[in-house]
Design a protein around this ligand. Structure first.
Ligand code: F6R
Length: 245
């Protein structure tokens, strides 16, 4: 795992966006794996800026999102469909954008079909990831199998509490999500894991210990040969001098 420590959220976002733009310029028909949540917002802003001001072209690019809540209507303000539409897809035209359907009547079928689509059109050339304070990636919560493909996952209490900031109350946060599994994530050619802020410090410390365990899902990334962690000073938590970069 390559570790890049940057000063703050903005630098993390700029660095992530520049890696993605470089890939899109080199391979205009590439596949990007995307995440939601607070972490990638700045990266998406940078991508939109690059598209507008430097004409970076995504018209041949396909995207796959990691996850979607079960049971939230697609047009709900907190669905990941709405999030992606607002934060990225309404600003940049892509060739195809895929997000799991959390409203599917037969969720197992939806999971099988999403994984099959990922196999057909993917894998992602670059997969963007955030990390939960409990070490989750996608919605693979502590204890999730490292071998799993796309599946329905019950959300950890820690995750529901963290995401309650986007909902009127904790009770309103869905209890399940459809998520790409750890095995689906590891199919990607390259993985970009982003972490910013003091509330991610403990997760990053545990990740960098380098011990693989199912109770800490992000540690599965040690099974992959091309992972870059871009972490800001607050999340890294140690005194590092990034002023020369
Ligand atoms: C989002 C996702 C999650 C988040 C994680 C961090 O699609 O899969 O794993 O990346 O919960 O969330 P934030 O970025 O809000 O701290």
């Amino acid at each position: 795992m390559e570790v890049i420590v940057v000063k703050n959220y903005e630098e993390m976002s700029r660095k992530a966006a520049s890696i993605i733009e470089e890939k899109v310029n080199a391979d205009p028909e590439c596949v990007l794996g995307l995440a939601t949540g607070g972490t990638p917002l700045g990266t998406y802003e940078q991508l939109i800026e690059g598209h507008r001001s430097r004409g970076i072209d995504y018209s041949g690019v396909t995207t796959f999102n990691l996850d979607e809540y079960v049971g939230l209507p697609r047009d709900h303000s907190q669905s990941y469909h709405t999030f992606m539409q607002e934060q990225l897809f309404s600003h940049i035209p892509f060739l195809n954008t895929y997000i799991p359907n959390g409203e599917a009547e037969d969720l197992d079928k939806e999971c099988r079909e999403y994984e099959a689509l990922l196999d057909k059109e993917g894998p992602a050339n670059i997969q963007l990831l955030g990390i939960g304070s409990n070490g989750h990636i996608g919605f693979n919560e502590p204890g999730a199998s490292f071998e799993a493909g796309t599946h329905v996952e019950e959300l950890d209490q820690v995750t529901r509490e963290a995401n309650a900031r986007f909902f009127p109350s904790l009770e309103a946060v869905p209890t399940e999500a459809v998520t790409m599994g750890i095995a689906s994530i590891l199919k990607s050619e390259e993985i970009l894991l982003l972490a910013s802020g003091a509330n991610k410090q403990e997760a990053i410390r545990r990740l960098l210990k380098g011990e693989m365990e199912e109770m800490f899902p992000a540690s599965a990334l040690y099974n992959h040969k091309h992972v870059t962690l871009i972490v800001d000073e607050e999340a890294y938590g140690k005194d590092v001098d990034t002023s020369a970069e």
